[in-house]
Design a protein around this ligand. Structure first.
Ligand code: ADP
Ligand code: NA
Length: 332
């Protein structure tokens, strides 16, 4: 049996959204509060699978670190570090590149979405991304991976890589980590189109709430969010065919730590003209202290670098023996 341990990461590819907060950061903080060992990573090596301006990457790495801390990740309780500072991630990823099969990678929906019709021009790293992600997780023998819905397939691939490694080398060395996808907002949708994921890469800024948006911007985006003319239903079942309405209710539930049914027991029958201002107030109340704290932390970049340096040292204490043992199993 493997000791329970949580691992997850976020790319410093610029601009955290409400989707990253509810699908990832807020839940990372909840996991830390549960008392389980938690390892959280700024995954800069993943970010460079698509072009990143070097100065922007450096800034975004610090900004994301500030985002983790401002969201409640305590760098004393959790291990918080930057991927490229622990070289073992790249070393284990190479071994997993020899374990994973081309066909497995070709089936990844994120690869298909991101490479699009121009796959011949995508970087080799973008294709191999899931093997690096498997290395991130398995380098810590992590057993739980809290992620948004969109990352489920990659965690399943991680299990396939662990199983094939264990099978090929006749060992029981890597655990089978579970994707943990729970809560009301595992897939926060665009405010302009409830069938599309809210994303920092959407060209329309009105489609997303950025964690750095001020109160006016948040209120305006929620006021303009797409809805339908019906009032709110009394139960979650009444939202099944209403993706835009469902998205706003899910966001409200996640921000207020309630279930959708609890929210609707109170809000059912209200028009969106009444519900939207309540949602905007709640979003501002939850997000503005976080963005304020991020700004404060960003005034001392040397302190952020010190936190990341210390986090990398603590990460290596776990990672180094696991990589050494892996090399030994492989015959290296
Ligand atoms: P992004 O998808 O924003 O480019 P990442 O790939 O680094 O960012 O994802 C970081 C975490 O945020 C992952 O766990 C991912 O599942 C989660 N996440 C991203 N967007 C959403 C969303 N719209 N709803 C819920 N979770 C999300
Ligand atoms: Na993602």
């Amino acid at each position: 049996a493997f000791k329970p341990r949580v691992f997850s990461g976020i790319q410093p590819s610029g601009g955290l959204t409400l989707g990253n907060y509810l699908g990832a950061l807020k839940r990372f903080a909840d996991k830390q509060a549960d008392g389980i060992e938690t390892v959280y990573c700024v995954v800069d090596m993943h970010a460079i699978t698509v072009w990143q301006d070097p100065e922007a990457l450096r800034k975004q790495t610090r900004e994301l670190t500030a985002g983790f801390i401002a969201s409640g990740i305590d760098p004393e309780k959790s291990i918080l570090f930057n991927q490229s500072q622990v070289a073992e991630h790249a070393q284990l990823a190479w071994i997993f590149n020899t374990v994973a099969r081309m066909g497995w990678m070709q089936r990844m929906t994120q690869w298909k979405d991101k490479a699009g019709k121009n796959a011949q021009n995508a970087s080799l790293g973008l294709f191999a991304y899931p093997a690096l992600m498997a290395a991130d997780i398995l380098l810590y023998h992590a057993t739980e991976v809290p992620v948004g819905e969109d990352q489920k397939q990659h965690v399943e691939l991680t299990r396939d890589i662990a199983a094939k490694f264990n099978h090929d080398y006749g060992v029981d060395f890597f655990p089978m980590p579970d994707p943990v996808i729970e809560g009301a907002a595992t897939r926060v949708m665009s405010l302009r189109d409830g069938t599309k994921k809210m994303s920092k890469s959407d060209p329309s800024d009105a489609s997303r709430i950025n964690m750095t948006d001020d109160a006016d911007a948040i209120a305006k985006k929620i006021r303009k969010a797409k809805t339908d003319p019906e009032p709110l239903p009394d139960t979650a079942k009444g939202l099944e065919e209403r993706p835009d309405a469902r998205n706003l209710v899910n966001i409200y539930a996640a921000l207020s730590d309630q279930t959708v049914d609890t929210v609707l027991a109170e809000m059912g029958g209200k028009q969106f003209s009444e519900f939207k201002p309540l949602l905007a107030d709640l979003a501002v109340a939850k997000l503005s202290p976080i963005s304020g704290e991020m700004q404060r932390l960003m005034q001392d970049p040397a302190e952020i670098d010190r936190i990341l340096g210390r986090g990398a040292e603590r990460a290596r204490e776990i990672a180094t023996p696991i990589l050494q043992k892996t090399y030994d199993i492989v015959g290296m």
